[in-house]
Design a protein around this ligand. Structure first.
Ligand code: PPS
Length: 323
């Protein structure tokens, strides 16, 4: 079985486990490595088949004015920002922030995982307001009700090379996204934008332009790492919240990479190993700007930069690839 939908693959593996001998199950391990979620484009953007098949429902999602949306290209610092926002909303109460996993606290609006996990839409529709939600959608695919209702949006961007490295390792450990292939192959796939949620270049530029017309706080991962206090203060101002210095320091501490890495409600270790295998690569992997230097060869870097100049030409958006 080379290709089978997530729902299908989960069910067929479970089903086959029941009927198989241990000897046969050893072979199944080999098989599983080749399982791929089916993908299907929506308006030129690669998505999982489930997202694509349910696109009408996603597109028609009803936002309301007091919704807050955290929007990012994958691996740009979504989970980190979610934790910061949750801590702000709960006045730095660590216990309250550990009430549930990141996935359950902040509906990921377009995501449709295999059963029994609820979809982002289901979670969002059940959640009382004010809701905080997550999306990786490029700006032109954001459900239009977010614009109409003028909901606040925090967008976080991260430099392309670190995003690519992080996305590569994530694609190795997470069975819900397509296998990345080799490192060399993945560089090309990323540059061509043939990954889930499409081109990094179009994503960051599209949201950069949208901030001229909408209530969007545009943040950078590298700035957050350099001076978390300054960036958290920007979020506080945007959310029109005031907190004491003590609570602010508590938030900085509890949303640091090292503390979040140990937090089972924020590090994705509560997903089953058949979906996310942290022994292949942990979700909370390095958390450092500039880690790309351990992966790109000189030649790959030069070629990447050449292509980058072309794709980003004419944009006022600039990134730091190290701090
Ligand atoms: S996802 O799957 O798109 O929601 O992933 P996302 O959360 O956007 O990105 C995961 C990367 O962010 C790093 N991370 C952090 N860095 C610094 N500080 C904190 N607190 C933090 N939390 C998560 C995480 O380690 C992933 O980056 P890499 O480079 O792979 O380590």
């Amino acid at each position: 079985e080379i290709s089978c939908s997530l729902v299908g693959s989960e069910m067929c593996i479970r089903d086959r486990h029941r009927k198989m001998s241990l000897e046969e199950m050893k072979d199944l391990q080999l098989d599983e490595k080749h399982l791929q979620p089916e993908t299907k484009e929506v308006r030129g953007i690669l998505m999982t088949k489930e997202m694509s098949d349910n696109w009408d429902k996603i597109w028609n999602f009803q936002a309301i004015p007091d919704d807050l949306l955290i929007a990012t290209y994958p691996k740009a610092g979504t989970t980190w920002t979610q934790e910061i926002v949750d801590m702000i909303q709960n006045d730095g109460d660590v216990q309250k922030c550990q009430r549930a996993s990141t996935y359950d606290r902040h509906p990921f609006i377009e995501w449709i995982p295999p059963p029994p996990y609820p979809s982002g839409l289901d979670l969002a529709n059940k959640m009382p307001s004010p809701r905080t939600m997550k999306t990786h959608l490029p700006v032109h695919l954001l459900p239009p009700s977010f614009w109409k209702e003028n909901s606040k949006i925090i967008y976080v961007a991260r430099n392309a090379k670190d995003c690519l490295v992080s996305y590569y390792h994530y694609s190795r450990m997470n069975k819900m996204v397509p296998d990345p292939g080799t490192w060399e192959e993945f560089i090309e796939t990323f540059k061509a934008g043939k990954v889930l949620w499409g081109s990094w270049y179009d994503h960051v530029k599209g949201w950069w332009e949208a901030k001229e017309q909408h209530r969007i706080l545009y943040l950078f991962y590298e700035d957050m790492k350099e001076d978390p206090k300054r960036e958290i203060q920007k979020i506080l101002k945007f959310l029109e919240r005031d907190i004491s210095e003590e609570v602010l320091n508590k938030i900085i501490y509890n949303t640091s990479f090292d503390v979040m890495k140990q937090n089972p409600m924020a590090n994705y270790t509560n997903f089953p190993i058949s979906i996310m295998d942290h022994s292949i690569s942990p979700f909370m992997r390095k958390g450092m700007p500039g880690d790309w230097k351990s992966y790109f060869t000189m030649a790959q870097n030069e070629e990447f930069d050449r292509d980058y100049q072309k794709k980003m030409a004419g944009s006022t958006l600039t990134f730091r690839t190290e701090i």
